[in-house]
Design a protein around this ligand. Structure first.
Ligand SMILES: *Cc1c(COP(=O)(O)O)cnc(C)c1O
Length: 396
């Protein structure tokens, strides 16, 4: 087999072997429905409760504040739609940011179009950080919810969550955070950060796909999201995804236990990669904040280059990365995040996101940087824009 270097861990991660091993018996031996009466099946209820406890303890939350869902997208939808329903009589204004995941942005658009909500989309600075003064100014008497992501999935910028939570609470406004990228990478304390609701997902932390959770602080009157049986305290009905929940609990515990060491190693590799690229590839720009940044995120724009061509050529060298330039639908619009940090369209188009994983090595990074150098040079060699630019530079 040829080279295979996976640098797209913000899109999804490989399931950890220990997680897989823990899940397997739940497909075969312990397949019982947790709601059944006989011990063989009802034991699964206790095993699920154990995972709830594990996750709650990582966040400084209580066991009955964790609700299992079908993943990050569902948790985001639930938080926003159910808050809108429960608190809509109090006010119909929501504050979020322009760089949220589409699970938040498209849900906000839905609430605007279908339920008469008004949404303020806060600008971010050139590093992708929300401005606290702008947030304070956006607050109105009818604001019921602030939803700001903990860390951005494209450029890795980490928001001042504690300060945002404080502002929300001083004004009696609920605070939700999409922590899908942050959970497992950053130590989160829901009380210290004044978080009322928090979304996370299994497959971003070396756990299974199709499972996640929503933390809902006790006292927040959020209604049922899925109607049916009594599962998840009647708020999210449907027979529990037992193997998924077991896998999520295990993955969360592994991520929490290894956090310090793993993120220190990733941070060092990340900075090594950034330094090499900045030194060795001309006309590039690091996107996102240099220090308030996820430990595994590298995002660059290369002038005179199409992100898509870059990805195809990296793929031919066995390197999996992603582009900030096209959204998942395959449209040619540049990423809303890169436009929000002020990149012009042509530079936003030449962007590349590489997200490291727990098993990324220095050798991997060296190989990728070497290939990237060659590919960028090759693509620029075919670009009339670049040719023009070089000619103008020479004539100066
Ligand atoms: C991946 C991701 C989601 C969606 O999570 P799924 O479990 O894939 O539905 C939401 N928000 C952010 C920031 C993400 O990175």
């Amino acid at each position: 087999m040829g080279k295979f270097i996976y640098l797209d861990n913000a899109a999804t991660t490989k399931i950890a072997p220990e997680v897989m091993e823990t899940m397997l018996p739940y497909f075969t031996e312990y397949f019982g429905n947790p709601s059944s009466v006989y011990g063989f099946a009802s034991q699964n209820k206790e095993r699920i409760a154990k995972q709830r406890e594990r996750i709650a303890s990582i966040l400084g939350a209580k066991e009955n504040e964790i609700y299992f869902t079908g993943g990050g997208t569902e948790s985001d939808n639930w938080a926003l739609k159910a808050t809108a329903e429960a608190y809509g009589a109090k006010g119909k204004h929501i504050i979020t940011s322009r760089i949220e995941h589409h699970a938040i942005l498209h849900t906000c658009e839905y609430l605007e179009k279908q339920h008469g909500f008004e949404v303020t989309y806060l600008d971010v600075d050139e590093n992708g950080i929300v401005d606290l003064e702008a947030l304070k100014k956006a607050i109105r008497p009818d604001t019921i919810l602030i939803s700001i992501m903990f860390a951005n999935n494209e450029i890795g910028s980490i928001q001042p969550i504690k300060e945002i939570g404080q502002i929300a609470h001083e004004h009696g406004i609920l605070f939700h955070t999409d922590a899908v990228q942050a959970f497992g990478q950053i130590l989160i304390d829901v009380d210290a950060c004044h978080i009322d609701m928090l979304s996370a997902s299994g497959h971003k932390i070396n756990g299974p796909k199709g499972i996640g959770f929503l933390y809902i602080r006790k006292g927040v009157k959020i209604r049922s999201f899925i109607h049916g049986g009594a599962q998840e305290r009647k708020r999210r009905a449907g027979t529990e995804n037992v193997p998924g929940i077991i896998g999520l609990g295990k993955a969360a515990e592994l991520a929490a236990d290894s956090m310090e060491e793993r993120t220190a190693a990733e941070r060092a590799l990340r900075d090594y990669m950034i330094e090499r690229i900045e030194k060795e590839i001309p006309y590039c720009r690091l996107n996102g904040d240099r220090t308030k940044r996820l430990p595994n995120n590298v995002n660059f724009s290369f002038r005179f280059i199409e992100g898509e061509s870059l990805l195809i050529m990296l793929d031919m060298k066995g390197i999996c990365a992603s582009s900030g330039s096209a959204c998942t639908s395959g449209s040619l619009d540049p990423s809303h995040v890169l436009l929000a940090i002020g990149l012009p369209h042509e530079i936003a188009h030449g962007s590349l996101r590489m997200t490291l994983g727990a098993d990324t090595s220095k050798d991997d990074i060296d190989y990728v940087v070497e290939e990237l150098k060659k590919i960028v040079e090759h693509l620029r060699g075919m670009s009339p824009l670049y040719e023009d630019f070089v000619r103008k530079q020479a004539n100066k």
